[in-house]
Design a protein around this ligand. Sequence first.
Ligand code: GLN
Length: 280
Amino acid sequence: MTVSEALRTAAHDLAGVSDTPRLDAELLMADALGITRSTLLLNRMRDQVPPSFAALLARRQMHEPVAYITGRQDFWTLTLNVTPAVLIPRSDSETLIEAAVDAIKCRPPQRILDLGTGSGALLLAALAQWPEARGIGIEASDVALAIAQSNADRLGYGERARMQHGNWRHPGWHDALPGPFDLILCNPPYVETTAALAPQVMQHEPHSALFAGDEGLDDYRFLIPALPRLLAPCGIAILEIGASQRLAVSALGSASGFDVDCRQDLAGHDRAVILRQTPP
Ligand code: GLN
């Protein structure tokens, strides 16, 4: 069977499992061949189907996400290593970086904080965007922390990024942080505990990174009141939200004295809340 034929068959096999069956098949084939997807697309006709492809496809048919099978996920300008200990960086979350790029017009941020950094995606994307900046990624899971640190080191941000253990549900969690920060990014858990997520999310991704109480708002209630003390006077905080959470999270922002703005993702869903200190 040629690679082209194998891709066609695999895309068909994955149609009931994935919203992007063809893309998934191409990423798994590229991984089996040890090449990038773009090289695959250029060379497809010449390659033999490697024997390992069938096993990768079988894992995907059992709903395992492509990123955990290949161990990699592209995010913003970077390719991050991921394992099931970290949430897979989503293109929705790139909305936070876009919002930061648009909000920061004059003085580039010097000090960046990423709360719940996971794989390190948001912090490292921001460091890629602002070469003068340094940053700290806070993470409650030690296994995730090691992945974030190894991504930082491997991508050349080891000097500018410090990954640090922390849990915003513990009192005094931010006392030792060397603030203030010009930019705070955060993709907290925000899914309602009762939500039925797709099997590839529910069965494979860390629930601690997804679920946040009955309304999915528990973590914002811990986080937002702490932000005024962490932000520099002209700093901004950008938090990812679920599509129905704009009003509730904006109200928490206003109650902590912030001017609040919102940004939508590429699908037109409310995705990021932008908090600025209200000028005196
Ligand atoms: N957007 C993710 C999902 O629905 C949730 C991410 C999060 O809770 N931070 O799968």
